[in-house]
Write a protein that binds this ligand. Structure first.
Ligand code: IFM
Length: 451
């Protein structure tokens, strides 16, 4: 019989959220509107016209949510700051009430022994900056550096782990190329401009951190190993393109200083940069890399999809989540070992992992039976542990998500939480998957081999 899994000493056991997805009260206490406030209020952009106006009311209920984290035994909480709460116009005047809000929340987390793991940008750009060109504007690099400085000055010391950007690939792919996220653009040219500016902005923030901050800073990317749907050369080439486009678009520049080979060519005449593209401080050394992992990609050639020219195909023998994402834990081990092999032995955190399943909107009693989510967590935590056994320096794991929340264009129709939220009453109920996760946390992994 193999020994029960144990994670390394000091492992961070957490759950993750992001500001616009959980906070609600988007304009409270002097906050300015963000791009997602505008986008979700535009008819047709989200399922059922859902918005983040109320969300999980975490802005006001965070003390109750911290109590839930305590009940789950978490020692870390990953959340993001809303840029437009802190700088309502994106630049210039700082909103003291915004600083006070996050300051109180950080203090309460620390009082309860929960480490705040803070993301500066999780997709909610101040609307005022979107009006000035958003990430496609070269000035965005300065806007982000200045905003980052405000955050470092206000919270560094109490916050010891910072992430610059969450999933920049989604920002450019969903927001600038496919138009399904804010700002709703469908321009390859703008996507390529935004990509370079996000990279420069990330590097600029890391450099700024080294001037004022005393702890750790990293980047969070979402990765998805790519397999070809068949041996046909077209599918093999599609999987390779998709790998370059998704997995290496941001990591190659950050670790090697330039885009992967073949990336610029995917944009054809829409590539806006010259050959001597300057990505600024993009290679500024990082303290860690955050990896969000959900699924594998099985790819086929699809010329309808711009730039990447590849699309997902379903695998008949696989199981899928409520978002039609393949459940494939082995690819998490593969992702973590691939990062180590390709980019070196940097400390890693799984900054998001979890699954949407169809839980009921209302709950009677004190529990929610969600065996599929518990199975998903168990198999992925075992896959993470396997990567540690293979030498990966994995230092923490964050479930996506602490709470059912606003799943962007899907609104409230998809539930990822280990805590159920009744969006009519705001009642929280820890799901069975949450109880299972708590047992894993309590036993530092041993409970993974039970049951
Ligand atoms: O909800 C999102 C999150 O904001 C970023 N990563 C993926 C999650 C699930 O889609």
């Amino acid at each position: 019989m193999s020994a029960a899994p144990q994670f390394p000493p000091g492992f961070l056991w957490g759950a993750a959220t992001s500001a616009y997805q959980v906070e609600g009260s988007p304009l409270a206490d002097g906050a300015g509107p963000c791009n997602w406030h505008r986008f979700s209020h535009t008819p047709g952009r989200t399922v059922d016209g859902d918005t983040g106006d109320v969300a999980c009311d975490h802005y006001r209920r965070y003390p109750q949510d911290i109590a839930l984290m305590r009940e789950l035994g978490l020692n870390a909480y990953r959340f993001s700051l809303a840029w437009s709460r802190l700088l309502p116009n994106g630049t210039g005047e700082v909103n003291a009430a915004g600083i006070t809000h996050y300051s109180r929340m950080i203090d309460q987390l620390l009082e309860h022994g929960i480490e705040p793991f803070v993301t500066l940008y999780h997709w909610d750009l101040p609307a005022a900056l979107e009006d000035r060109g958003g990430w496609a504007a070269p000035e965005s690099v300065d806007w982000f550096r200045d905003y980052a400085r405000v955050c470092f000055r206000a919270f560094d010391g109490r916050v010891r782990r910072w992430a610059t950007l969450n999933e920049p690939w989604v920002v450019t792919d969903a927001g600038y190329l496919h138009g399904v996220h804010a700002p709703g653009s469908t321009s390859p040219r703008e996507a390529a401009l935004a990509s370079a500016n996000l990279l420069r902005a990330h590097g600029a923030a890391v450099e700024a951190y080294r001037e004022v901050g005393g702890h750790e800073i990293g980047l969070v990317v979402n990765l998805e190993p790519k397999d070809a749907a068949s041996d046909a050369p077209d599918d093999v080439a599609a999987a390779e393109r998709s790998d370059v486009y998704m997995n290496r678009q941001y990591l190659d520049p950050v670790f090697f200083g330039h885009y992967p080979e073949g990336f610029a060519e995917m944009f054809g005449n829409e590539w806006p940069h010259g050959g001597d593209l300057d990505l600024g401080a993009v290679r500024a050394p990082l303290d860690f890399l955050g990896i969000n992992y959900y699924r594998r990609g099985v790819m086929t050639r699809d010329d309808e999809r711009p730039v990447e020219r590849a699309g997902h195909v379903p695998v008949p023998e696989s199981d899928y989540t409520d978002l039609d994402w393949e459940i494939f834990p082995a690819a998490l081990t593969r992702t973590l070992t691939w990062v180590k092999q390709r980019y070196g032995d940097i400390p890693l955190y799984i900054t998001e992992n979890g699954a949407a399943f169809d839980d009921p909107p209302h709950v009677e009693g004190e529990s929610v039976d969600d065996p599929l989510r518990a199975d998903y967590l168990r198999s992925h935590l075992l896959a993470a542990h396997e990567a540690i056994e293979r030498g990966v320096d994995l230092r923490g794991y964050f479930v996506w998500s602490l709470l059912d929340n606003f799943e962007w264009a899907q609104g409230y129709s998809k539930r990822f939480g280990i805590v159920h939220v009744d969006f009519d009453t705001q009642r929280r109920t820890i799901k069975d998957s949450g109880r299972f996760y708590a047992s894993v946390v309590r036993s530092n992994g041993a409970a993974l081999s039970e049951g």
